[in-house]
Ligand binder design. Structure first.
Ligand SMILES: [Zn+2]
Length: 1043
């Protein structure tokens, strides 16, 4: 029997051919043997003596010489190349972990290899960078399937045959150096070795044919037995084995012709289109320190550039301005090449943020700054404003993100992490995400559920099959490439995808960009569904609590930078010669933003990263203290008597700690105007605090607003709101009850606290030092006590009641040396409500207090910022904190998560002494009307002592007519010296009109977006009473004030 067919030739013409299968036996109906036969034909394990894989490399040749030197530091090429290199044999070990071994390689390519493709084969542990002519030229890593540096595609006589190269090998893997498991703490003593370093002839035609085989075999497997396309692939690949003689390269074209015939059978018009984008997700720090990330970026991005040179259609998406900034300063030569390919549209900066930050914990202003710094960088360096937020790998996404994105020029969002949900399957892949204020962004989760695909058939098939919006949208993203230093895509991945651009039965593949993908999705968005509110990740809920010092550093530094900006802005208005510290503030902000990376602030990093992060917070604190002092001394006119600065936009009437002339601490009750300053005048409270030890040993504290009874063990028997005549603590139970839980997750130790930990609840009952009164001044009452958690850990607490204060403060110190335990504090309250409210960025949201559905109970541990509230009509209780983020409210019990003790990837996570404060605030009416929001701000933002003139008159720079509107930020405008940017938001969830009143000499006011770009052609009217603004619920408004 003779079949007539066609073969595809390289010159794009088709010719008829007659297959050579003529006289053979018929093909039996044995799918398994046919398939395995083909697999063995390209196996790198079996039959390599006679199969095609065994022919991939031709002749090889040893290096002329190989020498090395090792170094504990990450040094520059210039420094390294001057060192004394000593002979190195293959198999010699080097290290230990985190060191760098530099190799000097001299090589001579045999003349007889003319016309061949010549590679330097380099197989070693660790991550390598090849340097040539003092420039980085190629990243090499076995784990990223990159073991070849191409010396020549086609060796010519005039090409250099003798070369000296350097190879810089970092002594860590893609995923650090975990001992036993990837996320285990690093093994500091790991040794590394170089197994192969030689020149080889690379047979490109063998590689091409191997790729054809691999793709067809994968089609057989991926489409399964139900689909006739799988059988067509099976018989094609079987015939290819018949036609191909691995030892006769002239036999390859017939086999390739068959493959191409298959690949070129086209789809109909309705087929799904995948948008293939090269990517390399590089965690900015995680299982390795920040400094190693810089080299991971260098190695990965130079590899991407090499691919772009050979593949003009290859597109690589790259996020995180911080990483660009690092590469710019560490690898200027590489950066110039990147700039070139950015212009060509192949190297695409994406995301618009400084780092891919955590999506839950950073404050609203921090999130704005992530985009402000990121977009500003991309704009200055590449004239690009990103239109998509790119955050594939973060542990949940705040409901306020859509509004922040839109305000920063971003209308599209790409992520995929919700595919990790442990309980519920998220119902959409492409949808409109509606945020807290109603802002909508077009959102896409790549249905392949990965940002590290390999361009394989299964990736494409999975993308189509998993798509939960079939029929609504016909486009999806395929992000391919090894992340975390694996160097991103390989030539093989590109070759795979190119073969099946339009192959009947498989989705179409097009090299694409985020812009193309999202414009397609937007064009066909008519049928898309909408998801309203937060994107809650039902996993990794321990990350709200792990590494408490990082969380505390974040909160305190956010507040410090807030205060510096306000004090400096006011100083600028008071004294035109004042130098607003633009550069220093940017430097400190960038450190804060860096630590908000999605494996740092969540606490899922190794100990080295924790040390770096805490050092950065120290830099912010010490650098910030100087800036704040500079500004305060201008505001206080360098006087000698005591004054107080209030950085919040409402009048505060509070007890503060003072120092007298001799430096002795004291207390004063002060009244300070909104965003203003007043002298400290010791006023006596209307009602002093009374502290009474009762006959049964309990302590009664009252200040005219609240009254509490504290048991000998430090728990609250009662907390009574006097004006409302309401008890806050539930009948027959105690507030302020510490609880220990066993906290052993399934795998992700630092990340996860599982649902079942709730079954191991054990109250902390052992009293070391019962409650005693430590101070009762009339302005402040304090009682203290100590509890034993275990033979290793203790809690000491001061319960503080201030005059004129509606909340009770709990200043807590814990000596914490536990293992796989979780410490929380509980308040069973006399409130019944089906939902509790939690503060988030620029607003708040509700979550259920019941476990009706799986969506409800999956939120057994949730995050919030400065407060959570449980209210019924006309009464409620708020739980405030100064540096915690983990909460839960089940039925009527409000719980704050305090400390965890995971052992991986940081074996010493959270061990040591911790200080933190939380507060309990009963209130009448709604939490909005009771100023819970303001109280939580007050707890967090200290009134700051200022040295000022004794005759100073209290003044206020800004005040707002509506308590619903919070003035969050005052700063100098980015691009305009002397102009101020003022950011406000509606915090009650209401539509309101508010007037911003200012005593500053404002000439013009403009509405602008979060990137400080003016909206519209007209300034806002400034009336005598101030600037009138209308707010929708949770709306963020930014004003540019020209002085
Ligand atoms: Zn990540």
């Amino acid at each position: 029997m003779v079949n007539r067919g066609q073969v595809y030739l390289h010159n794009d013409s088709w010719i008829d051919f007659i297959p050579v299968v003529m006289a053979q036996q018929p093909v039996l109906k044995n799918r398994r043997t046919l398939l395995e036969r083909a697999e063995k034909f390209i196996s790198d394990v079996y039959f390599t003596d006679c199969n095609l894989r065994g022919r991939l490399y031709g002749d090889s040749c040893l290096l002329e010489s190989l020498t090395s030197f090792s170094c504990s530091k990450r040094i520059s090429f210039q420094e390294a190349s001057k060192q004394n290199f000593t002979p190195h044999n293959l198999g010699d070990t080097f290290g230990p972990t985190w060191w760098t071994c530099w190799f000097k390689v001299t090589l001579k390519i045999p003349e007889s290899w003319r016309g061949k493709e010549v590679h330097l084969l380099w197989e070693c542990d660790g991550e390598a960078m090849v340097w040539r002519d003092e420039q980085p030229v190629q990243g090499l890593t076995k784990e990223g399937e990159k073991t070849s540096y191409i010396l020549s595609d086609f060796l010519k006589d005039e090409d250099p045959h003798s070369l000296t190269l350097y190879v810089e090998v970092a002594c860590n893997g893609l995923f650090g150096a975990g001992q036993g498991s990837m996320i285990a703490a690093p093994d500091p003593n790991r040794r590394f070795s170089l197994q192969k370093a030689e020149l080889v002839v690379f047979n490109r035609d063998v590689q091409e044919l191997l790729t054809d085989f691999e793709m067809l075999i994968d089609i057989v497997k991926a489409v399964g037995k139900e689909d006739q396309r799988g059988y067509q692939a099976l018989f094609t690949v079987n015939e290819m084995v018949n036609l191909c003689n691995p030892f006769d390269h002239s036999s390859f074209s017939k086999a390739r012709g068959l493959a191409h015939k298959f690949f070129n059978q086209r789809n109909g018009e309705s087929q799904h289109t995948t948008h293939a984008m090269g990517h390399c997700h590089i965690d900015t720090a995680w299982l390795w320190p920040y400094e190693e990330t810089i080299r991971k970026c260098g190695r990965s991005w130079v590899t991407a550039i090499r691919l772009m040179e050979k593949n003009p259609d290859f597109i690589f998406t790259c996020s995180q301005a911080q990483q660009f900034q690092w590469v710019k300063s560490w690898y200027p030569g590489l950066y110039t090449q990147i700039q070139h390919y950015v212009k060509k549209g192949q190297f695409i900066p994406v995301g618009g943020s400084w780092v891919e930050m955590d999506g839950n914990l950073p404050s609203g202003e921090s999130m704005v700054r992530q985009f402000l710094e990121g977009q500003d960088f991309f704009n200055r360096e590449f004239e690009i404003i990103c239109k998509e937020f790119w955050l594939p790998d973060t542990f949940g996404y705040s409901a306020q993100l859509p509004q922040i994105m839109l305000g920063c020029g971003i209308s599209n969002f790409l992520t995929q992490k919700l595919s990790w949900n442990l309980v519920n399957t998220f119902p959409h892949n492409t949808f409109l995400w509606e945020g807290l204020d109603g802002s909508e962004v077009l959102t896409h989760f790549p249905p392949g559920e990965s940002y590290e695909m390999k361009g394989k058939i299964e990736d494409l098939v999975k993308t189509v099959k998993n798509n939960k919006d079939k029929g609504r949208t016909n486009h999806s993203a395929v992000l391919f490439g090894f992340g975390d230093g694996g160097g991103g895509p390989t030539q093989l991945m590109l070759d795979r995808l190119r073969r099946v651009q339009d192959t009947d039965g498989l989705p179409k593949v097009q090299a694409s960009s985020p812009e193309k993908l999202f414009s397609q999705l937007r064009a066909e968005s008519a049928l898309l569904c909408t998801w309203t509110g937060e994107l809650f990740l039902e996993l990794h809920q321990g990350t709200y609590t792990t590494q408490a010092q990082i969380k505390k550093g974040n909160r305190q530094c956010e507040i410090l930078l807030h205060d510096i900006e306000i004090a400096s802005s006011l100083a600028l208005c008071q004294d035109k010669t004042f130098q607003y510290p633009v550069e220093k503030l940017r430097e400190l902000w960038r450190l804060l933003l860096l630590n908000q990376f999605h494996d740092v602030i969540p606490g899922s990093c190794i100990e080295m990263v924790v040390e770096d992060a805490l050092n950065y917070y120290e830099e912010i604190r010490s650098g910030g203290a100087v800036l704040l002092q500079n500004a305060l001394s201008v505001l206080g006119s360098k006087g000698k008597s005591a004054g107080v600065l209030n950085s919040l936009p409402w009048e505060r009437h509070e007890v503060i700690q003072t120092q007298d002339g001799a430096g002795l601490p004291g207390l004063a009750l002060v009244r300070v105007p909104s965003l203003g300053l007043s002298p400290v005048k010791d006023t006596q409270p209307m009602t002093p605090v009374l502290v009474t030890v009762q006959a049964d040993g309990t302590v009664l504290m009252e200040n005219g607003i609240i009254q509490t009874v504290i048991n000998k063990n430090g728990t609250l028997a009662s907390l009574y709101l006097i004006g409302a005549n309401r008890e806050a603590i539930s009948d027959c139970s105690h507030g302020n009850q510490f609880i220990m839980f066993d906290d052993i997750p399934l795998y992700w130790d630092a990340w996860d606290t599982m649902d079942y930990h709730l079954q191991t609840r054990k109250p902390v009952l052992e009293v070391v030092q019962p409650v005693c009164v430590s101070s009762s001044s009339g302005l402040r009452g304090v009682v203290s006590f100590t509890l034993r958690i275990s033979d290793k850990s203790t809690i000491t607490q001061e319960i503080v009641m201030d005059a004129a204060c509606q909340y009770l403060k709990f200043n807590t110190e814990v000596n914490w040396f536990e293992s796989h335990k979780f410490l929380k504090v509980e308040f069973p309250v006399r409130v019944r409500s089906a939902s509790a409210t939690y503060e988030i960025q620029f607003g708040h949201l509700q979550r259920p207090t019941h476990r009706n559905t799986s969506w409800d109970w999956a939120k057994y541990e949730v995050w919030g910022h400065k407060w959570a509230d449980l209210s019924e009509h006309n009464f409620g209780v708020a739980l405030l904190n100064d540096c915690k983020y983990g909460y839960s409210v089940y039925k009527n019990t409000m719980t704050l998560s305090l400390l965890r003790a995971p052992k991986a990837p940081d074996a010493n996570a959270d061990m040591g002494t911790h200080q933190f404060t939380y507060a309990l605030m009963p209130h009448a009416g709604s939490f909005q009307d009771a100023a819970v929001i303001q109280s939580a701000y007050n707890l967090n933002f200290p009134l700051r002592l200022v040295r000022c003139n004794p005759d100073i008159i209290p003044w206020s720079a800004f005040s707002i007519s509506s308590p619903a509107v919070i003035l969050e930020t005052v700063k100098q405008a980015e691009d305009r010296k002397g102009a101020l940017v003022v950011r406000l938001y509606e915090s009650h969830g209401s539509s309101v009109s508010a007037t911003v009143c200012t005593t500053l000499p404002v000439k013009e006011a403009w509405l602008c977006d979060l990137l400080e770009r003016r909206d519209g052609g007209q300034p806002v009217r400034i009336a005598s009473e101030g600037i009138s603004l209308n707010f929708k619920p949770f709306q963020i408004v930014t004003l540019l004030l020209i002085m």
